[in-house]
Design a protein around this ligand. Sequence first.
Ligand SMILES: NC(=O)c1ccc[n+]([C@@H]2O[C@H](COP(=O)([O-])OP(=O)(O)OC[C@H]3O[C@@H](n4cnc5c(N)ncnc54)[C@H](O)[C@@H]3O)[C@@H](O)[C@H]2O)c1
Length: 347
Amino acid sequence: MKIIQVGLGAWGASWLNVIHHSKSWELAGVVDVNSDAARAAAEQYGIPAYATIEDALDHKDTFDAALVIVPPEYHAAVAIPALEAGVHTLIEKPLAHSLEDGVRIIEAAEKSGKQAMVSQNYRFKRAARTVQRLIRDGVIGDLEHVFVDYKKNPPFEGFRLEMDEPLIVDAMIHHLDQLRGIVGVEPTAVRARSWNTGTSRFKGNASAVVQFDCDNGARVVYTGSWSSYGPQTSWDGDWEIQGSKGAITWKNNEVTINFASLFDTVFLAGAVERSGVMHVDLDPLPVEERLGTLEAFRDAIETGNKAETDVTDNIQSLQLVMATVDSARQDGAPITLKTNAELFGSH
Ligand SMILES: NC(=O)c1ccc[n+]([C@@H]2O[C@H](COP(=O)([O-])OP(=O)(O)OC[C@H]3O[C@@H](n4cnc5c(N)ncnc54)[C@H](O)[C@@H]3O)[C@@H](O)[C@H]2O)c1
């Protein structure tokens, strides 16, 4: 299948290489309002360059899908015309800049009948999928509480430096989506506080502590920072997921389990015991990270079934981000999350 890539900035440059390695997708054109960036990529891959999505859509018979990698405030401005023109659309996270834009993208997708999916690449990794399987198989029993700790000092330039809440909006979206898609709980309420340090490179708040109540009664505590000069976590963060039978530790792409019962440390298929802790082999995946989202996108188009990170599901990950921001702005006031029916009813 053929895809055009809209956005050739820092992350877009890396995406060109991902598409190049995909066995399912061929790059059919590039779009960027920065004509130098568009020309350079077009020359490198021997494909057409366009300045706007509208220019590219004049040639829509030459591609099947569009990939949107522009800053979040422009996601709707690119995705909606593509969907209205009948082009399947894969959108970088976060789905949109606002819930209103997210709802407009969903409405455009539903009207067109085309696939619209968010590239939540952090779900498509071996450690994440292994944790998901263990929880789904009931290996640690009923979920009780989850602790997530994320510490980075990333040398970003550009739009993130100007955002009000860069950590919550640009980083936590990954972890909140993992909470829903990998751990498998739906938060019902959130309380958040965020702040910035004097040494932070970000203008907005780059640190936060957030607490979620979840539909199954579990509590989640998240601490994160993008101005942390101490030891760095992986991009996924360090997770401790405790259930009635034991706790999964997911850290640096390794998965271990501390069981409550001694006898559970004797045998677990696909795991070995070391000092009373079960070390789990990571489940193999045919492809990972963005190659994984590209495969899921292609499957959705071929089968007509919605992908797991279809926009209709992903609006809930976006809502979690927005509710976390709302609570942080109110210095920790509890915010109740809405169902999809309530969200769509209110717009
Ligand atoms: N999934 C991840 O792990 C991950 C990592 C980094 C960035 N991202 C996401 O990727 C997206 C882009 O981030 P970035 O860091 O590459 O941003 P960037 O600012 O470096 O690049 C954005 C590019 O889009 C172009 N652009 C802006 N508006 C446009 C429009 N209307 N039409 C065509 N081109 C337009 C700009 O000229 C620029 O080249 C964001 O949504 C970001 O959150 C995701």
